[in-house]
Design a protein around this ligand. Structure first.
Ligand code: G3H
Ligand code: 13P
Ligand code: ZN
Length: 374
């Protein structure tokens, strides 16, 4: 089966009221883990790659890894999506290597930075202009397009500090009509990465209802949807015990004694650094709020960070138990297994599980014909 256009996967999910995770990948083990989770739970899925992932894999490794994933899992409808495309040039490269969907992040101007070093927001008109250009290009190949209105971030703890970043529901209808996007990323208070909130967040979920009223046919996308579960950050913080033998100026670390010329305080400092948990307390988006968002009309749920945490936690645990391990299969293998488990749980929680055989996947040629008569 070739890769599936994202529009079909999202339209099917929207019609039945379930969410579909879009999981970021950078290497073979992540792709294998996510495909395994989809196979086990019978879930259609979206695999996405950022510009960083494309550079990391030199584009062509990602392309061939995805072709292998599809060959290895012929039953699974999978879309390959460009996450946070910055320019039409990046979009063109992604389409050239077989992506069935692209995001153009037209809400930010990646060509210019503000004094504080962040990318400047684009005006509404400018966002429409760059997004429309991408839609015209991509649809001619049958490729789906995700646009964005509003920007992530600007959120501190459980308070929305910069309301201007949230999506304005009054702009949504005009944006979708004038750009022709298939999916729309909206900002409802989430942000990327592991450090989203310090307390249980209150997302602007009512905005989802408002936006659905304006664009009932468009698939809505929630970025920054990792839950950052405590068990994963605790697991990342797993460190080998450090035992001090200060009187002898010796540190006992992972069963081995190290002599040090440091004074007492220096020895204590070193031991503190070795034993210190590396990730401070943090919270992500609780699964219950994602489920609520799906009920209100979110269809695509972007997850990267939780996968990164799972992989890192497992590798650290392997090394904590067996510091002398040097066979990459002995730590990448368990990391792959734990990632598969994390993603499978999400597929069940988002309601994607069990929908694998609901429809016959379309091809880009089908979609090209569809867009041509639109
Ligand atoms: O939305 C951003 C994704 O988490 C990708 O992150 O640019 O570090 O690959 P990245
Ligand atoms: P997280 O950082 O919450 O995993 O979000 C990922 C994302 O939105 C990718 O586009
Ligand atoms: Zn994102």
């Amino acid at each position: 089966m070739p890769m599936t256009p994202m529009k079909q996967i999202l339209d099917e999910a929207k019609a039945k009221g379930y969410g579909v995770g879009a999981y970021n990948v950078n290497n073979m083990e992540q792709i294998q883990a996510i495909m395994k989770a989809a196979n086990q739970t019978h879930s259609p899925l979206i695999i996405q790659a950022s510009r960083g992932a494309l550079e990391y894999t030199n584009f062509c490794y990602l392309k061939h890894l995805m072709l292998a994933a599809v060959e290895d899992n012929p039953e699974v409808p999978v879309a390959l999506h460009l996450d946070h495309g910055d320019t039409i040039e990046t979009v063109k490269k992604a389409i050239e290597i077989g992506f069935t969907s692209v995001m153009i992040d037209g809400s930010l101007d990646y060509g210019h930075k503000t004094k504080s070093g962040s990318h400047a927001p684009r005006s509404f008109e400018d966002n429409i202009r760059v997004t429309r250009e991408v839609v015209d290009y991509a649809h001619a190949y049958g490729v789906s397009v995700e646009g964005e209105l509003g920007t992530l971030g600007g959120i501190e703890e459980d308070t929305v500090t910069d309301e201007a970043n949230l999506t304005d529901p009054d702009q949504v209808e005009e944006f979708v009509k004038r750009t022709g996007v298939d999916a729309l990323a909206i900002a409802i208070g989430t942000s990327h990465g592991a450090y989203k909130f310090k307390h249980e967040p209150k997302l602007a979920l009512d905005l989802v209802n408002e936006i659905v009223k304006r664009v009932p046919k468009t698939a809505l996308v929630m970025h920054g949807s990792s839950s950052v579960p405590k068990e994963l950050t605790d697991a990342v913080n797993t460190c080998p015990a450090v035992e001090l033998k200060m009187d002898k100026r010796v540190i006992l670390f992972q069963g081995q004694e190290y002599n040090t010329s440091c004074e007492k305080d220096g020895v204590r400092l070193m031991a503190d650094l070795l034993a210190k948990p590396n990730m401070p307390h943090t919270m992500g988006v609780p699964i219950s709020q994602i489920q609520d968002a799906v009920k209100r009309g979110i269809t695509k749920i972007n997850v990267d960070t939780d996968g990164r945490l799972g992989v890192t936690a497992t590798i650290r645990q392997v090394f904590a138990r067996k510091p002398a391990e040097f066979d990459p299969r002995k730590y990448l293998g368990p990391a792959r297994d734990s990632l598969a488990k994390i993603i499978a749980e999400k597929m069940v929680a988002f309601g994607t599980a069990g929908h694998i055989g609901d429809y016959k996947p379309k091809t880009l040629a089908d979609m090209k014909a569809f867009y041509a008569v639109k």
